[in-house]
Design a protein around this ligand. Structure first.
Ligand code: F0G
Length: 467
């Protein structure tokens, strides 16, 4: 049977030769193979993928830029992917036949005029990774990692997840003809994400623990059973997620913004963006580095505390609690990688409250694009970084929106109905968010009732304008 990913028509682009290796971020040892837990056999630290061919840049920066741009008008399978389009900076699979793709990447860069007015930042953009095939940034990493799982001949792939990784992994496994095992914390992920995993045919286990407990168990499992782990500890995931930054810079005509702001959970994404920025600088694709800042929820602030209380030298883990369930993580696996990229790019690390997240999410909603709560920490964090003077209003800022609005409808509906903070410590203070609420109105089905409601709405907000 022809594979679902390669049976389509179109010219066959060639892949570069595989010359990559796994490099330990702790002791620096390098190897051409990695164990299933993707840890260094010498010192147990995380691995990252490096490839001498990226450094020696078989082609000069200007050629790479024009090759990548030209591929946007090609109908070849690899070129249609906003990830594999940048394959010169990715680990190369042995054959194109192994590639599992859903046309990921190619996500829009939006201006945010309303949030720009609120914050005073005139050049404010959002790179919306929620516009990926399964609705989150995970797809960019999953296309690469699932390709290598398939190439290695695995029948089963597995992950621990707060929801988005599992949705993405289940989709790519299905597409690549593999089975998938999902471990999620029971009752702590949104229904929408859970429904994706079910629909894509995953074996879904809701464990009575949190994300950190799920990940611990998964890492034990991969030592005992022949399953391929697809969490962001898997360095192939990081490689795919690098393309977010490549595509962003391409959209900005390779003029680096002053700031890129990203939510932080398990810290794979910030590590990936940072790695991409450093590689781009190295290759002469960009003239200078943007500052990469990571924002966490106050209740899941392990990286913030790791930097403030331990100078970034050891992980300060926390018992995570936040309504932004995607980043409800207390023991982030990639904390050391994230510390390194923050230091290398001179970025900041901040935390924001549940009320700040809710307000920022509502504001992004009024831009007509929306996002899930975890993504909204970026706008909330920007406001804080502006108050601290770390970001200046005249600078160019890009927020990375990691998940689609439809990923967490429960949160959005509870917010607009006014029940999000009911019974919570923030209940009283949450009254100030009423101005952002747009609850549905129940009416008799008469023209009169609708016209009256329309007039009332106009009276209560006569100056409202989106332009
Ligand atoms: N935003 C969203 C929407 C996420 O789903 C996640 C992580 C993050 C931000 C944080 O990214 O972990 O790379 O720092 N979600 C994972 C999951 C953990 O299982 O879906 P990170």
């Amino acid at each position: 049977m022809p594979s679902p990913t390669t049976s389509e028509k179109g010219p066959k682009p060639s892949l570069p030769q595989a010359t990559f290796c796994f490099h330990c971020i702790g002791c620096g040892s390098a190897s051409h193979a990695a164990a299933q837990d993707f840890r260094c056999p010498q010192c147990n630290n995380l691995l990252e993928i490096t490839d001498p061919s990226w450094k020696s840049a078989s082609q000069p920066a200007a050629t790479l830029k024009s090759v990548w741009r030209d591929r946007r008008s090609s109908n070849a399978i690899l070129d249609l992917s906003g990830v594999w389009r940048f394959r010169e900076l990715l680990p190369a699979p042995a054959s194109e036949q192994h590639v599992v793709t859903l046309r990921e990447g190619n996500t829009p860069l939006y201006e945010l005029p309303q949030s720009g007015r609120v914050t005073g930042v005139r050049r404010l953009y959002a790179k919306h990774q929620g516009m990926n095939p399964t609705g989150s940034f995970k797809d960019a990493g999953m296309t690469v990692a699932s390709t290598f799982a398939r190439q290695a001949g695995y029948r089963w792939v597995a992950c621990a997840s707060t929801g988005n990784t599992s949705a993405s992994m289940a989709a790519y496994a299905a597409r690549g003809g593999m089975r998938s095992l999902v471990l999620v914390p029971k009752g702590k992920i949104s229904w929408s994400k859970l429904s994706q995993a079910l629909d894509y045919g995953a074996l879904t286990c809701q464990l009575r623990t949190d994300f950190d407990g799920c990940l611990r168990l998964l890492l034990e499992l991969v030592r005992r059973a022949p399953v391929y782990q697809l969490n962001s500890i898997n360095p192939f995931r990081i490689e795919g997620q690098k393309t977010l930054a490549l595509e962003l810079l391409e959209q900005l005509d390779w003029q680096p913004p002053d700031h890129i702001i990203v939510p932080g959970g398990n810290l794979g994404n910030s590590s990936a963006i940072g790695k991409a920025l450093l590689e781009m600088l190295d290759l002469g694709l960009i003239p200078r580095l943007p500052k990469l800042s990571v924002i966490q929820a106050e209740g899941a602030n392990a990286l913030v505390r790791t930097l403030r209380e331990a100078g970034g030298k050891r992980l300060v883990s926390v018992q995570a609690e936040t309504r932004a369930t995607a980043i409800r993580i207390g023991n982030p696996a990639s904390w050391e990688k994230a510390v390194k990229v923050l230091q290398a790019t001179d970025g900041a690390c901040e935390q924001v409250s549940e009320l700040e997240i809710a307000e920022a999410k509502a504001e992004i909603g009024t831009e007509g694009i929306g996002c899930e709560p975890a993504s909204a920490v970026t706008l909330a964090g920007l406001k804080k970084l502006l108050r601290e003077g770390f970001v200046k209003p005249e600078e160019t800022v890009v927020l990375i929106l990691t998940g689609n609005l439809l990923k967490d409808p429960e949160y959005t509906i509870e917010f607009h109905r006014g029940s999000l903070f009911q019974g919570a410590a923030q209940e009283q203070k949450s009254a100030k968010l009423n101005q952002f609420r747009h609850p549905p109105v129940v009416l008799d089905a008469t023209l009169d009732a609708v016209i009256k409601t329309l007039e009332q709405a106009e009276k209560s907000d006569p100056t409202h304008s989106n332009v």
